[in-house]
Design a protein around this ligand. Structure first.
Ligand code: FMN
Length: 351
């Protein structure tokens, strides 16, 4: 499949997608990328319906004809206070150190799956593109989204997930390689040891899928974009490289970590949310180990961590802050996302 197959579905100048990144960006970053000819994405996975509507209103006020709204599609288990108690026991020394009492009333902004209520809230806007992480909505809900005319994209982290997504109605599959920052979109096999690299997964998916395949993970400059397109990608999705941009709302602590040298390794951890995600190693990860069996299931591990995070950040410490980042930070630049997208677009003039 060529870039043309992607551009037929998504009418942008360049086959470049700014990856949706919950917590570090909003419609401002998306608009800058869209203006430069890419596809801007708004992460809606941690927003309520009123917040999502407000973001769409901003996009429409700026006359953005094309944009992507991103949602999560995980199954939400019951909140189990016994599991929370075990997790709190692990975290107790940190609460003591910060002279903090766990507050069970403060659940924080939990990541909730896309549902009919959210669909009711956004239906009137008929979003042109929607992308999903952790699978797809159920058949009826997906049908509803498609009836609005939305082009549906979803992340695959393995060949089997890519095939599942195509079979269940994704118009475009995002090949999220192991290098990618933030949460792994994994939903069939949760074994982190079986996650292929971006180039490996791209090759596998291009050989079995009929829909366009987008390469995501570790892409940070025009040469890498060119290589991915030569290897069969119909488009590229770039996240980490946008994290230092003027329009991102990445916190100063997170920016500092991103600017630290390559010796600050990224690792996959479930400590911050309950699901594996890639970020720069910090104290909590070093103390408890990156993957901990006592971490409550997604998204509930975040309840206690967010309370620790807030208290530590007030003291200027990133000990409990998820410092999401992909393996490749070489493309991070503190410039406008508009400018950065233009730099990426030079890839399409390489002959
Ligand atoms: C800070 C951060 C937050 C992310 N949040 C989301 C999200 O809300 N939804 C989503 O689908 N993907 C999310 N991702 C994953 C990206 O969509 C994408 O797969 C990844 O950024 C690509 O790899 P790269 O970071 O190496 O460019 C996030 C990534 C980062 C770095």
């Amino acid at each position: 499949m060529s870039a043309a197959s992607y551009l037929q579905l998504i009418n942008t100048r360049y086959p470049i997608i700014q990856a949706p990144m919950a917590g570090v960006q909003d419609s401002r970053l998306a608009l800058a990328v869209t203006r430069a000819g890419g596809l801007g994405s708004v992460p809606c996975g941690m927003l309520d319906a009123a917040q999502v509507r407000a973001e769409i209103a901003k996009l429409r006020a700026a006359d953005a004809a094309i944009y992507n709204l991103n949602f999560f599609c995980h199954t939400l288990p019951e909140l189990d206070w016994n599991v929370q108690a075990r997790w709190l026991q692990r975290l107790q020394p940190y609460f003591a150190e910060l002279e903090l009492e766990f507050d069970p009333q403060q659940l924080g902004a939990l990541r909730l799956p896309f549902d009919h209520q959210m669909a009711d809230a956004i239906a009137e806007f008929a979003p042109p593109v929607m992308s999903f992480h952790f699978g797809l909505p159920d058949a009826q809900l997906l049908q509803r989204v498609k009836q609005w005319g939305a082009v549906v994209m979803a992340s695959a982290t393995t060949k089997a997930e890519g095939m599942w997504l195509q079979q269940h109605g994704a118009d475009i599959v995002i090949a999220q390689g192991a290098e990618a920052g933030g949460h792994r979109g994994m939903f069939l096999n949760l074994d982190v040891t079986e996650q292929p690299s971006t180039s490996h997964l791209l090759a596998e998916l291009c050989s079995v899928l009929d829909v366009p395949v987008v390469a995501a993970g570790g892409i940070a400059d025009m040469e890498q974009i060119h290589t991915m397109m030569q290897s069969g990608a119909s488009a590229v999705q770039i996240g980490t490289a946008y994290l230092l941009c003027d329009e991102a709302i990445t916190t100063p602590l997170h920016r500092d970590a991103l600017m630290s040298g390559p010796h600050q390794q990224t690792e996959l951890t479930n400590l911050f949310s309950g699901r594996p995600a890639r970020g720069i190693a910090n104290r909590l990860m070093r103390d408890l180990g990156n993957l901990h069996q006592d971490a409550p299931p997604f998204p509930y591990a975040a309840i206690a961590i967010n309370q620790l995070r807030k208290a530590a950040e007030a003291k200027g410490r990133a000990d409990f802050t998820p410092l999401w980042s992909g393996q490749n930070r070489t493309g991070c630049k503190a410039i406008s996302a508009y400018e950065l997208t233009f730099e990426f677009a030079q890839a399409f003039s390489i002959s």
